[in-house]
Design a protein around this ligand. Structure first.
Ligand code: HEC
Length: 170
């Protein structure tokens, strides 16, 4: 098939326009990705999309206040993040981390047949709901040097659900 000169020219213009437009788009995307805080309007839009995460509403009430209405079934789902390293059934084997059956109210850093780091054996207290909450929010912040390589669960409502699930393991 033969193209006339005009057709080729037109085609060339189209391709050029497309490339220029595309480059702008990519440029925009990069700018958005790198400097979201300077784009006031865009940030407002983005915030709406994960409002549940960002807004200090129900989800961000203190965990101790959320416990009463927290759902252990949801907690069991959140616990899936832990099952790579922890079992939760009575008498189940330790994995990379200790078995967590009966953990609420249990001594910190003590479990038959599990070799804790000094970061946990040195705590010397009990795993109350408050202490578990702080540990699970930020394991390394709570027990610097812990060998639990898990970055924590930032969302309060997730931790509340997880805590009532852990409390049910008895
Ligand atoms: C990558 C593996 C890993 C993941 C994921 C993990 N843990 Fe751990 N966890 C450990 C290890 C290892 C220890 C022992 C830490 C130490 O001795 O410093 C531990 C210790 C603990 C302890 C202290 C137990 C005791 O008897 O003192 C609790 C409580 C705990 N983890 C809860 C959780 C929960 C809840 C989650 C999920 C939100 C979780 N962990 C996710 C590896 C993990």
């Amino acid at each position: 098939m033969q193209f006339s000169r005009m057709e080729k020219l037109g085609f060339g213009v189209l391709v050029t326009a497309w490339v220029v437009w595309g480059t702008n788009k990519i440029g925009d995307t990069l700018v958005h990705a790198q400097e979201p805080e300077k784009m006031g309007f865009d940030v407002a839009v983005a915030d709406q999309s994960d409002a549940a995460e960002a807004a200090p509403k129900e989800a961000e009430k203190p965990v101790m206040e959320l416990l009463a209405s927290a759902d252990p079934k949801r907690g069991a789902k959140v616990f899936k993040k832990c099952t790579a390293c922890h079992s939760a059934e009575a008498g189940a084997k330790h994995k990379i981390g200790p078995n967590l059956w009966g953990i609420v109210g249990h001594d910190q850093g003590k479990a038959e047949g599990f070799n804790f780091s000094g970061a946990l054996t040195g705590l010397g207290g009990k795993w109350t709901m408050e202490e578990l909450d702080k540990f699970i929010a930020d394991p390394k912040g709570y027990a610097p040097g812990t060998k639990m390589t898990f970055r924590g669960i930032p969302k309060n409502s997730d931790r509340a659900a997880l805590l009532v699930f852990l409390e049910s393991l008895k």
